[in-house]
Unconditional design. Structure first.
Length: 233
């Protein structure tokens, strides 16, 4: 346990800082994924075949390839593109996306693909009669969305979005391959340095378990609040 103490003799403070980076990365990627998911769900439910096709390709490809491949493609594949774009403006130096931003975008795109399907399904569950009633009393399309669809959308989507959050939180561990100092990267460095990988990986696993358990409690309480006053069949 001395290896996990705080201060100069242990790695406890570094592990907690790594967990903090993991939480920041997961929250940022999750929120970005919800924004992408809202857009993707709207495209899949639109009357445009082109928009439905683009959204379908996005969700099929991102959910069909390994998450690690998405991270590699975004981090390493984006560098030549950025350099080429910068050269158009006369810049000839080397540029690359910072690891944190690359990880956030990659994990966010993965999260967004799953959020798209969750939000699409939740939108389709909303009774069509309520939408028609809103239009019948003179509500605009914007008012129908914000007053009728959106409040119910989150209630129906919360269970699925809770699962997406858990996946997003665990997917952040993959970002260690691009040298971001998150929890798994710190555990790997500490394990190799002290030649005690088992100790640090177990500690990392316990920290992930604490984060996922706490997250599950928050989502369960959110679901109870969202369903308060809803008549059960």
């Amino acid at each position: 346990m001395e290896l996990l103490t705080f201060g100069d003799t242990g790695w406890g403070d570094e592990m907690l800082r790594g967990a903090g980076v993991t939480i920041l990365l997961a929250v940022g990627a999750y929120l970005f994924g919800i924004v992408v998911g809202m857009g993707g769900a709207a495209m899949k439910l639109s009357g445009s075949g082109l928009l439905r096709g683009i959204a379908g390709v996005y969700t099929t490809v991102v959910r069909g390839v390994p998450e690690l491949l998405v991270i590699y493609l975004l981090f390493y594949g984006s560098t030549p593109l950025i350099i080429d774009l910068a050269s158009l403006f006369g810049y000839t130096g080397y540029l690359e996306i910072p690891p944190f931003l690359a990880g956030l975008l990659a994990v966010g795109l993965i999260s967004g693909a799953y959020s798209t399907e969750v939000l699409r399904g939740a939108m389709q569950v909303i009774p069509a009669g309520q939408v028609e009633a809103g239009r019948a009393v003179g509500l605009s399309a914007r008012q129908v969305f914000f007053r009728i669809k959106l409040p119910q959308l989150w209630r129906y989507a919360l269970p699925g979005l809770g699962n997406v959050w858990q996946l997003t939180l665990k997917d952040t561990a993959l970002v260690s391959v691009i040298s971001l100092a998150e929890l798994m990267q710190i555990a790997s460095i500490a394990g190799n340095s002290e030649r005690e990988p088992f100790v640090f990986y177990i500690a990392a696993g316990m920290l992930y378990l604490v984060m996922t358990t706490f997250s599950q409690i928050i989502f369960q309480r959110s679901e109870r609040v969202a369903n308060r006053g809803v008549r059960r069949a």
